[in-house]
Design a binder for this molecule. Structure first.
Ligand code: AMP
Length: 343
């Protein structure tokens, strides 16, 4: 299928379902952008100049740099958190592309792949209102043709994997998840070839993983990790919040309250001790968080509360002024939620 427009509005982004079609559209947009730069540079140049300097300048203006392309990968069911990434891209980049793809290879058996909310038309409307130029919404066969051809249940055959990452806290809770994430994001970066890519701090381990993948595989893209957007009561925005019933929704902000209490304890302890700063044992921060989580009757199955190095997600026994990331995963009612805070 080629490009499809959901609305007749001139500003609605074109939605592409195939790799061929999104690449063609991006190449055309890039060329058009360069041509319009040439035209505006030419009209801005002095009409007549005999000086060599001006002639040289005009020559450079004829070959403007290619436009910057900002890319925001998502699984759809968009909310303001996703849109904050799009806004960051819109501010910085000439062309903005977002993808909507619920990636089967990052869901383990028994997880919510089948029921994950899917609402492409609504997503495209939201992306349109943020000025996204192109939406890439492939299906599984387009992304994983080798698996489809061999009827292997959509399991891709070549994987990108950060060694040892399944031993981090979130990795242990979701074995195989990060291999799926690293693989699909590498594929998307290869397809779109953006200059800039935007991810949310909301998924702390994912951001850390992808920074490593980009560094280790020499992918030519600038990574931007944007802050977590929260509801007024502190709950981190997430597509999975839609699974919460009324009572669970009321309890859910307890995750952030617990993280904030640990942050306050950290600040009071580490920054109260002279210029050099002190250190606090991770166990103290952990018990503060666990006490608060355990005080809520709807919170159960606390899968981890982890205090880790920000760059590696490996656990720290204590924390000083160089900081850490505290992340946690638990169920509120029947819904698995994650959250984190940077110290
Ligand atoms: P997802 O659709 O859940 O895969 O998320 C797509 C991107 O949006 C990821 O980089 C997420 O980290 C980011 N994201 C999700 N929720 C938020 C949020 N509340 N604030 C900022 N970014 C977010």
């Amino acid at each position: 299928m080629s490009a499809l427009r959901f609305s007749s509005s001139a500003t609605a982004p074109a939605v592409h379902h195939t790799i061929r079609s999104i690449r063609k559209a991006l190449a055309a947009a890039s060329l058009a952008h360069q041509q319009s730069s040439v035209l505006s540079n030419l009209t801005a140049s002095p009409p007549h100049s005999r000086s060599r300097e001006a002639a040289g300048l005009a020559g450079t203006c004829l070959v403007p740099p290619p436009p910057s392309v900002g890319f925001v990968p998502t699984m759809g069911a968009l909310h303001i958190g996703h849109l904050s990434l799009v806004r960051a891209a819109r501010q910085r980049n000439d062309i903005v592309v977002s993808s909507v793809f619920v990636n089967p290879s990052q869901f383990a058996a028994g997880e919510d792949y089948g029921t994950y909310p899917r609402q492409l038309e609504e997503d495209v409307r939201m992306l349109s209102s943020e000025g996204v130029d192109f939406v890439f919404a492939p299906n599984n066969d387009e992304m994983y043709p080798s698996s489809a051809a061999e009827n292997q249940d959509n399991v891709p055959r070549t994987f990108v994997e950060l060694e040892g990452f399944d031993e981090t806290s979130e990795g242990k809770s979701r074995p195989g998840h990060f291999r799926g994430v690293a693989t699909v994001v590498t594929k998307l970066l290869n397809i779109i070839r953006p200059t800039d890519a935007y991810f949310g701090q909301k998924d702390a381990a994912q951001s850390c993983l992808l920074r490593s993948v980009v560094r280790d595989l020499d992918i030519d893209v600038t990574m931007h990790i944007c802050p977590t957007l929260r509801e007024d009561d502190g709950l981190a925005m997430s597509s999975r919040n839609a699974y919460l019933n009324g009572e669970e929704r009321q309890s859910a902000p307890v995750l952030y309250r617990a993280l904030r209490s640990a942050e306050e304890l950290y600040r009071s302890r580490v920054y109260a001790v002279g210029d050099a700063g002190g250190r606090i044992a991770s166990s103290e921060l952990l018990s503060t968080i666990l006490n608060i989580l355990n005080s809520d009757s709807l919170v159960h199955n606390i899968q981890y509360v982890s205090i880790d190095d920000k760059n590696t997600m490996w656990p720290l026994s204590d924390v000083g002024t160089d900081g850490a990331v505290i992340s946690l995963a638990c169920e509120v009612g029947s819904v698995r939620l994650i959250d984190n805070i940077i110290l």
